[in-house]
Design a protein around this ligand. Structure first.
Ligand code: GRF
Length: 219
């Protein structure tokens, strides 16, 4: 199945741009057809337009409650024929109704090695905890925040003189490699959600040049 993808953002959209680069690869078997923001001033909207991708704004401030906002967003996604939703710095908690409607077709990237440091301020909390390894996780979204089945992870060292800024930059560089690889695998049907876990189908051909980041999860 050739998927139609929407990327949901709230801010600068650097992960979104790394995902849009997939469209330059002739063998990417999907189409990123929409970038949707809940904030009209999200910087990433400009980047999406420059890349020639259609954009939409569903401003959460215009809705009385979370579910009304999610329903409006759902209508836009359906109108564009979207069948895979990719959260990339989307800073709204989604209602259980929305998450369940998109089960197995809704993914997120989180800037920590889950299940450590769910929620916000992950780099600050990693430094405070004194961990020596930190990183990022791509996961399926479930109603509980940052608790969904893990698809892929990338790790970075925490260095003695790290600040929140230096550590977040090191993690972000890995996010920009990991998320496109994970999305490509999903679109190649090399991984799917089965029985509450991300299950790999090793018989599928991988076509990424940088598979080493992901190989430890292929057990
Ligand atoms: C990233 O660190 C991502 O892991 C988190 O939000 C941040 C978004 O950054 N969910 P960007 O908008 O993709 O630059």
């Amino acid at each position: 199945m050739r998927r139609k993808i929407a990327i949901l953002i709230s801010g600068r959209g650097s992960n979104m741009l790394s995902l849009l680069d997939l469209q330059q690869q002739a063998d990417f078997p999907a189409e990123i057809s929409l970038v949707l923001s809940n904030r009209p001033d999200a910087k990433g909207l400009l980047g999406a337009s420059k890349a020639g991708v259609q954009t939409a704004i569903v401003d959460h401030k215009e809705f009385s409650d979370r579910e009304a906002f999610d329903q409006a967003m759902n209508s836009v996604l359906e109108a564009h024929g979207v069948n895979l939703v990719v959260l990339a710095g989307f800073m709204r908690i989604l209602s259980p109704w929305f998450v369940e409607s998109w089960q197995g077709r809704l993914i997120n990237i989180h800037p920590s090695l889950l299940p450590l440091f769910r929620g916000i301020d992950t780099h600050r909390r990693a430094l405070d905890a004194g961990v020596r390894i930190h990183g990022c996780t791509v996961h399926y979204v479930v109603p509980e925040l940052d608790a969904g089945p893990i698809i892929a992870q990338a790790a970075v060292p925490v260095l003695p003189d790290d600040t929140e800024e230096s550590l977040s930059a090191r993690v972000l560089a890995q996010e920009h490699l990991l998320y496109p690889q994970a999305l490509r695998m999903i679109c190649n049907d090399a991984v799917s959600l089965q029985g509450g876990r991300a299950v790999y189908h090793p018989a599928q051909k991988w076509s990424s040049a940088n598979d080493t980041l992901l190989s430890p999860v292929l057990v």
